[in-house]
Design a protein around this ligand. Structure first.
Ligand SMILES: [Zn+2]
Length: 180
């Protein structure tokens, strides 16, 4: 797999209308999220429907999502399938109110990766494999971006990817210090 014209070459691409331009901004951050719709259900396509503004929000479980316009660059499903919704050079709407190193509005300078899951369910081996390969590709294309969870950049407001997300399984989560 490669990145060509800001798209993964071997991932399914589904266009999300929830994006805009940020071409003048350098990318410095990857934000990891967790999401499932309905929460805890990993068999529906409702995340895709949400990111494409087609979710039926008349269902009680989704009342809060009425008129919510969100997206992420990447969704990684439980079986490791990678779906891209927004080219990396455009701004996806995943972080909301957030800050990183004193800068607010992390959507401006980050790539958002959603993992299908919940805060308290371990993510699958296939998801870590896919996540690491996507991170490697992004780092080689756009430079050494920092990695944070949504809860790190929106503390008190967001808890994802949650306590079950295992940072030790992510390739270069933080630069490793030499042992000596
Ligand atoms: Zn999130």
């Amino acid at each position: 797999m490669k990145i060509k014209d800001h798209l993964l070459t071997d991932a399914r691409f589904i266009h999300s209308p929830n994006q805009d331009d940020r071409s003048a901004t350098d990318l410095i951050l990857i934000v990891i999220h967790g999401i499932s719709l309905p929460p805890g259900d990993f068999d529906s396509d409702d995340i895709i429907l949400l990111f494409t503004n087609q979710l039926d929000c008349s269902k009680e479980a989704y009342f809060d999502l009425l008129d919510v316009k969100v997206s992420s660059h990447i969704l990684i499903r439980r079986d490791g399938e990678i779906i891209q919704f927004v080219p990396f050079n455009r701004r996806a709407w995943h972080a909301g109110e957030s800050s990183f190193k004193g800068m607010t509005g992390c959507n401006d300078f980050s790539i958002g990766i959603e993992l299908e899951g919940t805060d308290d369910t371990p993510y699958s081996k296939e998801q870590y494999l896919a996540l690491n390969s996507v991170i490697d590709l992004i780092q080689s294309e756009y430079g050494n971006l920092s990695l944070k969870g949504h809860s790190d950049i929106s503390p008190g407001r967001k808890t994802d990817p949650g306590s079950c997300f295992d940072w030790s399984k992510v390739g270069s989560a933080e630069p490793k210090r030499p042992l000596h």
